[in-house]
Every structure is written in C-alpha cells, then in structure tokens.
Design a protein around this ligand. Structure first.
Ligand code: ADP
Ligand code: MG
Length: 826
C-alpha cells in the first residue's frame, strides 16, 4: 500500500532530474496522476494520507500549466518533502491499520513536543453548551447566523445550504492536520507543523517574474524562521512587526535554511480556525473565501450543532459506542483529534446507511405484504420453449431459470434482481419466466426504458412465445390509438397474455385481468416509483379477481455491480447473476484513437463493410438538449454519407425521430440494407444485430464508463471478430482512465468496479437513476459499516417495523426525509 506513494516519489525525482519538462512520464504528469490517485486513495492509511492524496491531485492537475521551471520545481520539491514526511510519520506508526486515523498517537515524538509548547496556546474549547434540541430553529434560513448576509446566503445556497440544518451538513471535503506544535529550533524538514511566534520584520519584494513576494521573519525565542507568500502584496500591511502569529505549513528547505512557503497563518487569537489544529477544508464556492467559510461554519456549529435532536435510539448508540449526533457534527467540522474526526464521520456515515437500510426493509415489507400467485416452477411449455431455441442454454441461464421458478412457485411474491453483463442472455431468462406466468393462467408484462428496446424485445420475444400459442403485444407511446384501445381491452379481459412496452404500461388506464409477472429491463433507468407502479398493476382486486395480489417481480440490469455491494444496495431484492457468457463470444478489440487518426478508422470501417459486415458510428453526447444533439447527428450523417462513404448506405438514428421512423431505420439496418448506422446515444441499450462488427464512438470522453461498455456490447454479438474504436483527444484524468480501462478489459464486472472507483458510488448509480437517496458521508464501499447498519436495521425492524414506538418517532421522520429526495426525483 506504500507503493503508490513510492512510485509518485520516483516520478517526481525523475522529473526533477530531467529539469521539470513534464517528461518524467509518457503523456505527462497530469495523466500519470489521474491513474495514481485511484491506487493512492486505496493505499491511504488515514485522514492525513487521504488529505495528502487530494492535495497531490489538486496540485499536479495543472502542472503542465505552471509558468516556468521555478514554479514547477517549487511544486515538485514541496510534494516530495511531503512524501518524505509521510514516510517518517508511518515509520512511527505502531501498527498501520487501514482505518486507524490516530495521528496523535502516531507521532510519539511529536506529541512530546506538543506538550512542551502547549502552554503558549489557548486551551481548546471543551465545555460545549448543554442546550435543548431546537428543530424549528434549525429550519431558519442561514441568514440567522451571525455574519451571514443575503449575498453570502446566495453563495451558500449553491452548495445546497439554505437552512441552518443544511449548512451543518455541508462537510469539509478534506482536512489539513496542523495539530503538531513545535518550537522553531526543533523543526525538521518536510514536517507539517504549527509554530507560534512574533513577527520581526516583513518585506515585500518584486521578483523578476513581476510577482510580488512577501517575506516575514518570525521568532519564538528558540529560533527564527522565514515565511514567504507569493502574489499577496496586501500581506505586507497585515503582518507588521510585533504581531503575534500562528503559522501552519510544511517546513521546506531553501538555500540550506528552513523556511515556510505560502503557509496558512492567522493572528494568535482565542480560537484557531486555520492553524494549530486539524483544519477543515470546505468545497469552494465562488465568491466565498475558505477563510470566511470556516468562520461561518464555526459560528453555525458552535451555536447550532448542540441543538440538533438525536434520532438514534440510545441502545444502538451505546452498543456501537457512537458519538451523539451533535458531537459527531462538531467533530466532523472542527475535529479535536484524528480519532475524534474518525468517530464523528463514522457516526454520520452510519446514520445515512441506517436510514438507507430501514427504507429498503420497509419497501420489501410493503412489496411482499400482498400474497403472490403460486405458479408451477417447470410447466411443460417451458420445456417446449427451451427445445425450440436455436442454442442450448448456458449453465448460468439454467441455474437462474431454476431460481426464478422456485421463487414463482411460492405464495410470497418474487422480488428478484437479475444481473448479467451485456450479451449474457437475459432475454431468454425473461422469456422463461413469462412462460411460467402464462402457463399458470396469469399475464406477464415487460417494461423497457426506451421504445427501441421495447420494440426489439417485442420482436425477439414474440418469435419465441407466439410459437407456444401466446398472444404477445407491444404498447409504447407510438402505438396507434386504435391498437392501443384494443390492447387495453385485451389486457383487461385476459386475451393478451404478454405485453411488452415502455412507460406506457404504467399509465392508469392500463388494467390487467391477472398480472402474474412484471419484468423490468435495465432497471437502473427506472425510479422506485415506476417499479412500484408496475407492480401495483397486480392487485386492485378488480376485474373479477378473487383477491388482491402482487405480481412476481423480476428486474434485470446489465450494470454489473460487485456482489457484496449489490446485497447492501438492493437489500430489498434477491439476486441472481448470469456470470457465464454464451459460448463462442469473442473479445471485442478496443482501441482509443486520436481524432487525427480518424481517416484510418474510416478505412477500417470500409474494410469491414467490404467483408460483408456492418458498422455503427456513435455521435458525441450533447448535454444541452436532445434537439441540438439530433441536429449534430443529422449533419454528421450527411457529412459521412456525402464525403466519406458516398458509395455505401448510411442509416441515421436519433432521439427526435418518431417511433415508427426509428423502427424503420433499425429494421433496414438489421436486414442488412444499410451498411453503417450513424446514431446518437439512443442506440445504447439492447440493440441486437449480430452482423455488425465495428463501432466507432466519437467524443468517447463524454460518455461514462458503463455507457461506453453498453455501446460496445452492440458489436461482438455474432460469430465475427469485432472492434470498438474510441475517438477522443487527450482529455481530463477521469476520461483518460475510463478509455484506458475499456481498452484493457471486456469484463463488465471489472469495469463496474473501476467505474465505482473513478466516480464514487453516488455518481456510479446515478442518483436520478438508482432511485436511491444521496449519500454524503457514507461510502457504499465501506462494507463493514454497511453490514453494521444492515444488522442494526434488521434488529430494530424486528421489534418495530413501522417505527411506531414513541422513541422511534424522530427516527421515522428522519428516514422518511432521507428517502423523500429519492422519491421526488424518480
Ligand atoms: P442481454 O443479457 O444483453 O440482454 P440478450 O438476451 O440480448 O443479452 O442476448 C444476447 C445474444 O445472445 C442474443 O442474440 C441471444 O439470442 C444470444 N444468446 C442468448 N443465450 C444464448 C446461449 N445460451 N447460447 C448462444 N447464444 C445465446
Ligand atoms: Mg438485454
């Protein structure tokens, strides 16, 4: 785990040796850092380390743009010193544990020094106010805080803080640890430290680069040290001789002497906010200086954190030895030590995961409140379906169909998530479940996120199911009014056995005679509410049903997620995994190419077409609007057709086309009448044309990893070797990481983990898409805490599932509020 840091040090050393030309790594320092950050984050042993990683990332991000050798040298040297200081620090760590922050204990020698200089410092405020909880007060606008006017309030609103309560939950994104105090004569190179002294003199000088440099000499009686700031000429006036000052920073070396470069400072005062302690660093908001932000937060936390009511039952708090909520909030903003910080954040993270788990348990309970309809697990028709398939089922498909059969045979409605990478063969599994439903005298519905996908499922499933004598219909926004009426009637009187469609399925007018199975494809594209709406089509007790029931529910996802994570994420679902690809699948060869190599990509496409294959060209994502995106696609299609491939036939697909039009384009392509399909991201899911073997993705950097993997899954579906060309300039660190990961792997599960790493769980699941509440402090990767939350939630749920007990009232409200966001959005 030390490796990442050693590696960075080696690179920086090489960079210094080569004269700071940004040549130490191929592709530049910035690109290196983009990769480095992920491993380093993992290797970080404590909060200080994590802070260091973020600092390195921030500093080196713009390395190439630093004005000259001098500035680069400064950055490199100071980072290297920090890395060396880190080694020092770790050498003193008694037993480096992953989650042990304990910086105070870690520095045995340092803490001795601290005691020496301690009397100089004002004693940290320990006795916090004992006050009554004040939920109403917390709901006041932030302007109720001393020093916050309307202009500041507007800026705070941008980070999501309109009320005091919200402000308390805007947490630092990192911390700088300046809690080590030392006398000047004991300073050592490279250490992060705080000193207190008196200014001897301050001078401002103009440098050759025309920057202004302010230098002060500070003395504390044991020694003297120089501190330098660049480009802050006003400091000369703010730091007159005689001022008592606290300086925090890294001790650096200049011409053989110890110095501070651009350290944090503040006048020696009652209470230190930026120096002499673990200093919070807040997400920056335009127009709000970090210094000011800290002051506001201090004000808010001191006054209001003690008034935050405690929702967590005392038994749980005691069992897990958690801080109280007010204390946890306090320590997460202005930690008194590394341990206190860790304890504070852990408590707050637990709260989120606990609410998440309680919400999911409630959902599961609700979903299974009505009985399901028990169906035969292996009706004769299922064997017929399997016999008629042009291929043999994979072992994984067999297994999953058995799991589903067993679920559907039970009185309790099935609640199952089927995970399988793109192309793993989920459709056949869905077909099998549908056969079980229809053979048992009920109906089945499949909901897909887009019309194209619904249409395609319809084509595929109708072929399979009609042969068994089932009546299969398609219902989307483009279904003609006449046909729609007919389908409504057929569903209500039971003549239609299987309906496949889009959101059109969950409209109020749609009523089923007896819905036995609801299947949702690409479930991450639907919200919780939409899933619930489809399920509710089962149980109104109308239409002569004997009694209300819930249909069995099968949700499918091509976004593979690590299993432990899936268990905790979808605590309300049982999980099946298709972890085996149908035989004969080839690795899709993926290359990231520069726009300058585009001509070669076209030549390659042409070569494939000459061999009788087909190709996709995906246009860049335009986020502003679908309209602009469509326009760009139309232009690109015209350019390609007229200038690049005049002799070939090119189709065009974009989101502004009517359903029938899209379908016609798809059919033409599928039947091989067009050679190349130019498309926007609407192609994303499910499209299945086995003869297409090459996909060119323009502006690949704009798409997310999961989406790129989805696109790529459109090729390599037949017997021919397939290719994916990602066209993109050298781009941001994240995008480079994504593109490289795709080049290196075809494994959806591995890519999912990578994606999770790059984006963090919040983004990974997509708040909009997952229907899950946003997590601010908790990480879904913190399996240990997740399991704990799950366990406690189950325990509480067992005794009071509806959270009706008076002592759970506040918790109930909190869980509801936590989930409300997610519900609103989906
Ligand atoms: P996805 O899991 O992405 O929805 P599909 O169900 O669309 O995958 O299946 C991808 C392709 O693989 C389809 O053309 C399908 O007919 C084919 N297929 C599915 N199962 C098998 C199998 N056991 N053997 C061979 N081909 C299969
Ligand atoms: Mg599919």
């Amino acid at each position: 785990m030390v490796k990442a840091f050693t590696q960075l040090d080696r690179v920086l050393k090489l960079e210094a040796e080569q004269g700071y030309k940004n040549t130490a790594v191929v592709g530049g320092i910035r690109q290196f850092v983009a990769y480095w950050v992920t491993t380093a984050r993992e290797g970080a042993v404590d909060e200080i380390d994590r802070a260091l990683v973020e600092q390195v990332a921030e500093t080196l991000q713009d390395y190439a743009r630093l004005p000259g050798v001098e500035a680069r040298a400064e950055v490199v040297d100071s980072l290297r010193q920090k890395l060396h200081a880190r080694e020092e620090r770790l050498a003193h760590l008694p037993r480096p544990e992953r989650r042990a922050p304990a910086p105070a204990q870690a520095r045995t020698a340092a803490s001795r020094e601290r005691t020496v200089s301690k009397p100089v410092l004002p004693v940290p405020q320990k006795a916090r106010k004992e006050v009554e909880p004040d939920p109403e007060g917390l709901s006041q606008p932030v302007t109720a805080i001393h020093g916050v006017g309307t202009a500041t309030a507007r800026r705070l609103a941008k980070v999501g803080a309109e009320t005091i309560r919200e402000l308390l939950y805007v947490f630092p994104h990192r911390y700088d640890d300046y809690s080590v105090m030392k006398p000047i004569n004991r300073l050592e190179y490279g250490e992060q430290v705080t000193i207190i002294g008196t200014i001897w003199e301050t001078r401002a000088r103009r440098m050759r680069s025309n920057q202004v440099m302010v230098q002060t000499i500070i003395s504390d009686g044991t020694g003297r040290i120089q501190a330098t700031w660049f480009n802050q000429p006003w400091l000369a006036e703010q730091l007159p001789a005689g001022t008592q000052i606290v300086i925090s920073g890294t001790v650096e070396q200049y011409l053989g002497r110890k110095v501070f470069n651009s350290p944090q400072w503040e006048p020696l005062a009652e209470e230190l906010l930026r120096t002499g302690r673990i200093v919070p660093v807040y997400p920056l908001t335009k127009g709000l200086k970090s210094h000011k932000m800290r002051q506001i937060m201090k004000e808010a936390v001191d006054e209001w954190a003690p008034r935050v009511p405690e929702p967590l039952p005392g038994t749980i708090r005691e069992r897990q030895d958690f801080l109280t909520l007010p204390e946890a909030i306090f320590q997460s903003h202005f930690p008194e030590s590394g341990e206190a910080l860790h304890a504070g954040r852990r408590r707050l993270a637990f709260d989120e995961l606990f609410s998440l788990q309680l919400g999911m348990l409630a959902q599961r309970r609700e979903w299974q409140a009505e009985p399901g309809i028990p169906l035969s697990p292996r009706p004769e028709q299922l064997e017929q379906l399997i016999e008629k398939l042009p291929f043999a089922l994979t072992g994984a498909q067999e297994q999953v169909i058995a799991e589903i059969g067993a679920d559907m045979a039970r009185e309790v409605p099935m609640n199952r998530l089927l995970q399988g990478d793109v192309g793993a063969g989920k459709t056949v599994v869905a077909a099998a479940a549908m056969v079980i439903a229809v053979a048992g005298g009920t109906q089945a519905a499949l909901m897909a996120p887009t019309e194209i996908l619904a249409e395609q499922h319809f084509q595929g499933l109708r072929t399979m199911l009609a042969e068994l004598g089932m009546n299969v219909r398609l219902l989307t926004g483009s279904t003609s009014p006449g046909e729609r009426e007919e389908i409504y009637t057929g569903l209500a009187d039971g003549k239609v056995d299987v309906v496949i469609g889009t959101h059109a399925l969950i409209q109020d007018v749609v009523e089923f005679h007896k819905l036995g199975l609801a299947v949702i494809d690409e479930q991450h594209r639907f919200g919780v509410d939409q899933r619930a709406a489809l399920r509710d089509k089962g149980g109104s007790g109308v239409n002569g049903q004997e009694r209300p029931h819930n249909p069995h529910l099968l949700v499918m996802s091509a976004t593979p997620i690590p299993r432990t994570l899936a268990l905790s994420m979808y605590g309300d679902l049982d999980i099946s995994v298709l972890d085996e690809m149908p035989p004969g699948r080839q690795e899709i060869k993926t290359r990231w190419i520069r726009p300058s190599e585009r001509e070669r990509a076209y030549a390659f496409v042409r070569g494939q077409v000459q061999k009788g294959r087909q190709a996709y060209i995906i246009c860049p994502l335009v986020e502003e609007s679908e309209k602009i995106e469509a326009k760009a696609a139309v232009e690109e299609h015209a350019r390609l057709q007229n200038e690049v491939f005049p002799d070939l036939s090119l189709g065009l697909l974009h989101g502004r086309m009517a359903g029938a039009e899209k379908e016609a384009v798809m059919r033409t392509f599928k039947e091989g009448e067009s050679d190349i399909l130019v498309s926007t991201s609407v192609i994303e899911v499910g499209v299945d044309v086995p003869n297409s073997t090459v996909m060119v993705i323009e502006g690949a950097n704009r798409f997310g990893l999961a989406q790129l993997h989805q696109f790529r899954g459109r090729v390599g579906r037949g017997e021919h070797q397939s290719y994916c060309l990602l066209v993109s300039d050298a781009v941001s660190g994240d995008a480079e990481e994504r593109l490289t990961a795709l080049e290196q792997s075809n494994d959806g599960f591995m890519l999912a983990e990578k994606d999770l790493e790059i984006r963090g769980p919040g983004e990974f699941f997509g708040r909009r898409q997952s229907g899950l509440p946003e997590l601010r402090l908790a990480s879904l990767l913190d399996i240990e805490l997740l399991e704990l939350a799950r366990e406690e939630a189950q325990r509480l749920f067992a005794s009071d599932p509806l959270l009706e007990e008076p002592e759970h009232k506040m918790l109930h409200e909190k869980v509801a509020a936590f989930w409300e966001d997610a519900g609103d959005i989906s």
